[in-house]
Design a protein around this ligand. Structure first.
Ligand SMILES: Nc1ncnc2c1ncn2[C@@H]1O[C@H](COP(=O)(O)OP(=O)(O)O)[C@@H](O)[C@H]1O
Ligand SMILES: O=P(O)(O)O[C@H]1O[C@H](CO)[C@@H](O[C@H]2O[C@H](CO)[C@@H](O)[C@H](O)[C@H]2O)[C@H](O)[C@H]1O
Length: 548
């Protein structure tokens, strides 16, 4: 798409949709489509309604001409247990086209529905990222600095705006959605969004400014200025007073009907958003260079296991890369020292997470006494006068978050942290062992996948199958493989940082236990057939000798 499409957007402000007009007809199809998305966080709880946070027209939707329209939408999905203010907020990009014009060549999953009623009556609405024309426009919009309604588009230092690159949505969607442009750039759109800067922008930007070679530096990003939720005025920042709502980029206040139930009837009219202060920038998406010819650590590890190959050189290199990133983050961003109170409250929070996970996953319950010992030992460290350095960390480091380049150079990606945790919590400085524990767990995960060709050991298929008999020689190899890689990773970390994580056994055990508890909950929720993987580590960790 050319320069002209942006000016076309700016000029066509004649067809302004109010929040009610837009959400009303959209509510019902959206309530059916949203829970089917991999990134929808509220699985298992029906959506009872939507509250509009902001709607911005990126391309006109007035039905003139053949070109599809494009709406950027921030919407809260109300579910049982959440009101309109506390409900999760999602970012959507909606393509809008005539029912007569063919959908782009996409899978059926991107069709949201044909609207009935309102100014878009009869028009078809679909997920826009699968439409090459709309995805191309998005790249142009994002890399053109400026504002549109509540949206702010920023270009990184020394970055030039890429143009004319063919988009390709990434098939392996996880917590977010990504589009690759001409194998040169990758745009990641955050799906469940919160006010505040996302660490997946903040950390790579800080590392890049300090010259790190271990992360792709953000090229461009975009954010929204949105009002703070009622009762939360803690993150007030300077900015415009009201969210703009328009289907063609025109600014109108949200003070009209902005909450809809799924049947499309207005259930709340005239909330006081216009009077509410903005919460500050909410990061919506980041464009960064695409690292061509890379393989992720998870695939490489599984390949090595399948061929019964040593992986310790790679694991050692990964330890060095992780240490370099940690050193860079400690230089670039605030650090602190955790003393008695902080260590005790960290241990208490870990114990609470264990108890919560135990309530949700019955299999975990018998092991709680043994696991709690790891957290008691962490609290005791503080009482004995130990302190611990804390700094910004990756927060969810595992083999799927590291990419190996053609010469075996490791890069780290996806600094978002554990997506289920609140943003504020993910941005708190933490001991580096948190990341180290994550990667150590990942070697264990890989070893449980049984990707080798061994007919008796593969009964029930490779990835995701139950562990079954432990007598096969593949099992024995995998156990030794995991132990060797865990050691090599720590050795590499020690080489680059000067401190060996294994010397901090109590800290490491507590963080590894906490991570494994997180994994039990994650697998129970998202991949129940994988639950046996963290459970085998739970049994080992719970049986570890008690702290003296
Ligand atoms: N800079 C990059 N270069 C090449 N591939 C990338 C890059 N960033 C991400 N990817 C690929 O995209 C996938 C998803 O990215 P990620 O940031 O982990 O998204 P999510 O938060 O949805 O898990 C990764 O597993 C990786 O394969
Ligand atoms: O990659 P995400 O940021 O979406 O992280 C979540 O999903 C991961 C799985 O895709 C999950 O990681 C767990 O499974 C991995 C293998 O698939 C394994 O390498 C990790 O060690 C294990 O924790 C991650 O915990 C979750 O937050």
């Amino acid at each position: 798409m050319s320069e002209s499409s942006l000016s076309r957007t700016a000029l066509r402000t004649d067809t302004v949709l109010s929040a009610g007009e837009l959400l009303g007809p959209l509510s019902r199809p959206l309530a059916e489509w949203l829970p089917r998305q991999r990134w929808f966080a509220g699985k298992g709880r029906p959506i009872s309604g939507f509250a509009l946070v902001a709607a911005t027209g990126l391309l006109p939707c007035d039905g003139t001409g053949d070109a599809p329209g494009l709406i950027h939408l921030l919407v809260r999905a109300r579910q049982s247990g959440s009101d309109a203010e506390s409900a999760d907020c999602y970012q959507l990009l909606l393509g809008v086209r005539d029912a007569a014009s063919p959908l782009p060549p996409v899978d059926d999953g991107s069709l949201i529905g044909r609207l009935s009623g309102g100014p878009l009556h009869g028009r078809v609405v679909h997920e826009a990222l699968h439409d090459p024309l709309l995805a191309a426009h998005l790249l142009e919009r994002i890399t053109t600095p400026g504002s549109l309604g509540p949206l702010r588009f920023r270009l990184g230092p020394d970055a030039t705006a890429p143009r004319g690159l063919a988009p390709r949505p990434l098939a392996a969607e996880q917590s977010n959605s990504s589009v690759v442009y001409g194998d040169r750039y990758i745009l990641k759109l955050f799906r469940r969004v919160e006010p505040g800067v996302n660490p997946d922008l903040e950390l790579p930007l800080a590392l890049a400014r300090h010259g790190s070679r271990r992360v792709p530096a953000p090229t461009a990003w975009f954010e929204a200025e949105v009002p703070a939720p009622a009762g939360d005025r803690s993150e007030v920042a300077a900015g415009p007073e009201a969210v703009s709502v328009s289907a063609t980029g025109a600014a109108v206040p949200v003070g009209t009907a902005d909450t809809q139930d799924v049947k499309g009837a207005a259930v709340a009219v005239g909330t006081a958003d216009t009077a509410r202060p903005p919460a500050g920038a909410m990061t919506l998406g980041v464009l960064q260079p695409y690292l061509p010819g890379c393989r992720d650590g998870w695939q490489l590890a599984l390949n090595a296991l399948a061929e019964r190959r040593d992986f310790t050189a790679e694991a050692r290199g990964l330890g060095r890369a992780t240490a370099e990133v940690h050193t860079g983050l400690a230089r670039a961003l605030p650090t602190c020292v955790l003393a008695r109170d902080a260590l005790e409250s960290t241990a208490a929070a870990m114990t609470e997470r264990l108890d919560a996970a135990g309530r949700a996953v019955p299999e975990l319950r018998p092991y709680r006494p043994g696991l709690r010992d790891a957290f008691r030992a962490l609290a005791a460290l503080g009482r004995y006068g130990h302190t611990c350095h804390a700094q910004r960390v990756h927060g969810d480091l595992h083999l799927g978050q590291v990419l190996s380049g053609p010469e075996g150079h490791w890069s780290l990606i996806d600094f978002e942290g554990e997506p289920a945790r609140p943003l504020a919590e993910r941005r708190v400085p933490q001991p580096v062992v948190r990341d180290i524990a994550g990667m150590l767990r990942s070697f264990d995960y890989a070893a449980c996948q049984r990707p080798w060709a061994e007919p008796d050991a593969r009964s029930g298929t490779g990835s995701g199958s139950r562990a079954g008999s432990e007598t096969g020689s593949g099992e024995e190899f995998a156990r030794r493989w995991a132990a060797a890689n865990r050691a090599a990773f720590c050795a590499g970390y020690a080489e680059a940082s000067g401190s060996d994580p294994r010397d901090e056994a109590t800290l490491l055990r507590a963080y590894e236990t906490d991570k494994t508890v997180y994994e039990v909950l994650y697998e129970a929720r998202h991949r129940p057939t994988w639950l046996h993987v963290p459970m085998s580590a739970i049994r080992r960790l719970a049986a570890a000798p008690p702290h003296p």
